[in-house]
Design a protein around this ligand. Structure first.
Ligand SMILES: Nc1ncnc2c1ncn2[C@@H]1O[C@H](COP(=O)(O)OP(=O)(O)OP(=O)(O)O)[C@@H](O)[C@H]1O
Ligand SMILES: [Mg+2]
Length: 239
């Protein structure tokens, strides 16, 4: 039997895929971070759809409970039946449960998987830090351990690991100290970092490549959030 070879995981935002030389790399950790409603989940769903179109499964760890079947069907369009079968959803309800899911992922992600998504990696962590501010140091260590494990899983199982993180404005006092530490932890493990920035138009985001192996020049593009998902805008679009 001929086993298809897994290519990179395309985002289906053309300019971004070009900058990523085809998409997010297998065996590596990629981080997508940005403020609320900047289409991070939309982009992750697009990756799961393009992974499914190559015939590979996605293990989608939906930590903030925002994965929507409706959004998936809008993005997958006529492929929805084939695609839906290849997306396996986990919904941890606490940071402890998130740890258990990630601990088990190396055993769970076997042949046939191409992608693991953690959306949003810092959501349950934040809840835990808010409830136990005196345990921030241990919780940071735990977040770091989970990221290390995901990096290892990506390498061993030859899948792409996509970590999503929401950042808030630095003026948000409650997170002023915690936020940068968690973001630093996630950035440390990421081979590729993509930042999503809001623009004056709520339906348009700016995508900035912050880190990528052998990146020679800075990259950014604009994309529009629509019914079909995130679609790039012409290169000459200027916010
Ligand atoms: N069918 C649709 N048509 C147009 N826009 C949509 C549709 N479905 C969702 N959106 C919009 O897409 C935007 C991005 O949503 P998404 O959940 O991907 O953002 P996010 O960055 O993951 O947000 P968060 O930080 O809250 O997790 C939202 O403003 C949402 O209203
Ligand atoms: Mg989201």
């Amino acid at each position: 039997m001929c086993v298809p070879l897994l290519q990179k995981i395309a985002t289906n935002v053309k300019m971004l895929d070009k900058a990523l030389e085809g998409g997010f790399a297998i065996g590596e950790v990629s981080l997508i971070y940005g403020e609320a409603e900047t289409a991070k989940t939309t982009l992750a769903i697009q990756c799961a759809v393009s992974c499914a179109r190559q015939g590979f499964k996605t293990f989608f760890i939906d930590c903030d409970g925002t994965f929507s079947a409706r959004r998936l069907s809008q993005i997958a369009s006529c492929d929805i039946e084939k695609v839906a079968e290849l997306i396996i959803l986990a919904r941890p309800k606490s940071f402890k449960e998130q740890a258990l899911v990630i601990d088990q992922s190396v055993n769970y992600i076997t042949k046939g998987f191409g992608l693991v998504v953690v959306d949003t990696a810092t959501f349950l962590y934040r809840v835990e830090v808010a409830e136990n501010p005196d345990k921030t140091f241990e919780l940071n260590r735990e977040l770091n351990r989970q990221m290390a494990l995901l990096a290892q899983t990506a390498k061993i199982r030859k899948v792409a690991a996509l970590i999503l993180s929401q950042v808030r404005s630095v003026f948000d006092e409650a997170y002023v100290d915690v936020e940068p530490v968690a973001t630093r932890v996630l950035k440390f493990w990421a081979n590729t970092i993509v930042a999503m920035k809001p623009t004056e138009n709520p339906k348009v985001v700016k995508i900035i490549m912050e880190k990528k192996e052998k990146m020679t020049k800075p990259f950014s593009c604009y994309a529009e959030i629509s019914e079909k998902g995130l679609c790039e805008l012409p290169q000459q679009y200027e916010g």
